[in-house]
Design a protein around this ligand. Structure first.
Ligand code: NAD
Length: 255
């Protein structure tokens, strides 16, 4: 089996694609694992957010309840390893489904990151795009009991994320596609690869000739399509790219 180290450290225009699994070791639950967010809440889709004041209040209650976890989260070994791959120019672009800002916090330059689903660490007016900080929203919410609207134009203020039913951000999709088409190696890390259109990028990369690597704790629907699949814990696996004596047994086997 082609080794993970040879593929990843041999990449010249590599793309890393991350999902919620890269951040679980930072204390942020993923969506689909047992006890994850998915099993707790039915998502509030975009149309509902726009149509209903109660849906907006509920969306903000949920977001503010997550603040303690999100604010305390720090980049983990997996994020650090990805930053190192960007530093060494093995990887040109980090495409992420995550909304936690941890790739940027790990030191990956902003211009190398594509946030396909936006960012929940700040908010924006849906009409004029004015930015609002989460602490500011919290103060307003606590004062009025209502979801905030924009001081400038009265539009609804929502986390800067892409909700179900909301259009994907065009510029981010374009950048992700360009990097994917140019990729020689495409590494999908910590994603169940079921959320589309994001999960279309690994498929596109492989069809255009990139070697496709999947790193995840459990099988994904695309495992049969990949050149290399490694099942294990992300942090130890990625750290072991440079320190082969460290890491779990899955890491040693794959390396
Ligand atoms: P997902 O929950 O569907 O899949 C995560 C995958 O990672 C699972 O298959 C799980 O087995 C695996 N995993 C979890 N921890 C792991 C670890 N330490 N090592 C190895 N594998 C691990 O997540 P998704 O595919 O990203 O889709 C969920 C959607 O929810 C995304 O679009 C994202 O926008 C959003 N989301 C984001 C965050 C975040 O920003 N941190 C958290 C939850 C959900």
């Amino acid at each position: 089996m082609t080794s993970l180290r040879r593929l990843v450290l041999g990449a010249r225009r590599g793309v890393v694609f991350t999902g919620a699994g890269i951040s679980t070791e930072s204390g942020i639950p993923d969506f689909r694992s047992p006890g994850g967010l998915w099993s707790k809440y039915r998502p509030i889709d975009y149309d509902e957010f726009v149509a209903s004041a109660e849906a907006r209040r509920e969306a903000w209650r949920r977001r503010l309840a997550m603040s303690e976890v999100l604010d305390a989260a720090r980049p983990n070994k997996g994020h650090d390893a990805i930053r190192r791959l960007v530093d060494t120019r093995n990887v040109s672009t980090v495409i992420t489904q995550n909304i936690d800002g941890l790739h940027e916090a790990s030191g990956v330059p902003k211009e190398c990151i594509v946030e396909l689903h936006g960012n929940t660490m700040y908010a924006e007016c849906l009409e004029c795009r004015r930015r609002y900080e989460i602490d500011d929203v919290r103060r307003r919410f606590e004062r009025t009991g209502d979801a905030p609207s924009c001081d400038d134009c009265g539009g609804f203020v929502k986390t800067a994320t892409v909700s179900f039913g909301q259009a994907m951000p065009e510029a981010a999709m374009r950048r992700a596609e360009q990097a994917t088409l140019a990729a020689d190696v495409f590494v999908a890390i910590g994603s169940s690869l079921v959320v589309y259109p994001a999960a279309g990028f690994p498929v596109l990369a492989k069809r255009r000739g990139a070697r496709l690597v999947i790193i995840n704790r459990e099988p994904t629907d695309l495992d049969g399509f990949a050149d290399l699949v490694v099942h294990g814990e992300i942090g130890p696996l990625l750290e072991a790219l440079w320190t082969p004596d460290v890491g779990d047994s899955a890491a040693k086997g794959a390396l």
